[in-house]
Design a protein. Structure first.
Ligand SMILES: *Cc1c(COP(=O)(O)O)cnc(C)c1O
Length: 381
């Protein structure tokens, strides 16, 4: 068989051809009106996806750089904060906070477990005076999504700011930043923004800017005040990733022409089709509240989860994702975000069925495809 490569991971995600070819255009200088025009269009487009009136800053880094930016610009050493850790990425909030000497009350959840706004309200009551709450919109390591709207209601009644990692969630599941009272929202380019890895995005609410004025943590490259001053001059403090920004302009044009609502609905359909397929095979989901970004599926008993992922990748070239440490092998993750279509769901499920047959799992062949096709066909517009 010709080894065609199928990228089915929750980041990086596939990039549309027109966006890929934009990277081959000659480089333009970044201190010119031509670049500034594109840069400001991207900045505006990001505001649309974030659902905010505030500035969205474009950083040359992976998503984690925006997470670090959120922390170093608003806190001082010894500040007390709450961090919700429901998996690998929630854990990353805690790791960055600890690296900067912040005093973190970490709420460690079982991977895939939910956390309610009532539980958060109780934590805030038990820990008065915390400066910030760190949450994840879509926990990419488990496929769970959290009640950011509810968290926003609860945190808004306190002095604390709500900081949300929307790196995989933005553009794929609803989270209108201003309406849901999110104070800092971060995202990255390689998930549903449909461009390669390398850019990170961040916006601050007025409540968060107030903290910026007093924050004493060391910062230089990720200084939000420098970014703000430069954005006023339609530029960035440092050399921006020119080609990625041009690619983001093209990808945002696609998102805007489809409309954010339609984009979210598209993800809902792909999520539903994937879950229907998985259920039809008698497999179980990991997340209590699964999102429409990716689906984490428990490895059936008697099957080696690492071997499943390895077979799908090495034999079928279907690059789904495994489970990260400390849950390696216990489940696997099929993504359906960004530039993925209905037939990418079919590809994932077909590759999964063939792999399960290879590994000796017994089920009625084709059932997942039939279930997914039903959902896709009913919703195809
Ligand atoms: C991908 C991802 C990150 C990490 O981003 P990098 O680009 O690898 O730095 C953080 N949080 C979530 C939820 C993600 O999906």
């Amino acid at each position: 068989m010709l080894k065609k490569y199928y990228l089915l991971s929750p980041g990086p995600t596939p990039v549309p051809d027109s966006v890929l070819s934009a990277a081959a255009e000659p480089i333009i200088h970044h201190r010119t009106p031509e670049f500034s025009e594109i840069f400001m269009q991207v900045s505006e487009g990001l505001k649309y996806v974030f659902g905010t009136k505030e500035d969205v800053f474009i950083l040359t880094s992976s998503g984690s750089g925006a997470m670090e930016t959120a922390i170093v610009n608003t806190l001082s050493p010894g500040d007390r904060v709450i961090s919700i850790n429901g998996g690998k990425f929630g854990e990353r909030w805690g790791n960055i906070l600890k690296a900067y000497g912040v005093s973190v009350k970490e709420i460690v959840l079982d991977w895939g477990a939910d956390f309610s706004k009532e539980q958060l309200a109780a934590e805030l009551k038990a820990n008065p005076g915390v400066k910030a709450v760190y949450a994840t919109l879509s926990e990419t390591s488990s496929g769970a999504i959290y009640d950011i709207k509810g968290f926003g209601e609860v945190v808004a009644q306190t002095e604390a700011i709500l900081v949300v990692d929307g790196i995989s969630g933005a553009g794929a599941t609803p989270c209108p930043m201003d309406e849901w009272k999110v104070d800092i929202f971060v995202s990255g380019s390689q998930k549903s923004f449909m461009i390669p890895p390398g850019l990170a995005y961040i916006a601050f609410s007025p409540k968060a800017w107030k903290l910026v004025a007093t924050a004493k943590l060391p910062r230089f490259y990720f200084d939000a005040t420098k970014a703000k001053k430069n954005l006023e001059k339609q530029t960035t403090p440092w050399t921006p990733a020119v080609s990625l920004i041009i690619q983001q302009k093209k990808a945002l044009d696609i998102i805007k022409s489809m409309g954010l609502e339609a984009m979210l609905e598209h993800h809902r359909i792909l999520g539903e089709a994937t879950r229907a397929g998985v259920n039809a095979l008698g497999l179980e989901l990991l997340a209590k509240k699964p999102g429409n970004i990716l689906t984490a599926i428990k490895t059936p008993t008697g099957i080696d989860g690492s071997k499943l992922v390895k077979t799908m990748q090495a034999k079928y070239k279907a690059y789904i994702a495994g489970a990260q440490d400390p849950n390696k092998g216990k489940f696997f993750r099929i993504a359906h975000l960004g530039y993925m279509g209905g037939f990418d769901v079919i590809t994932s499920l077909a590759a999964l069925e063939m792999t399960l047959l290879d590994l000796g799992y017994s089920f009625e062949k084709g059932r997942s495809l039939a279930a997914a096709e039903t959902i896709l066909r009913e919703n195809w517009k």
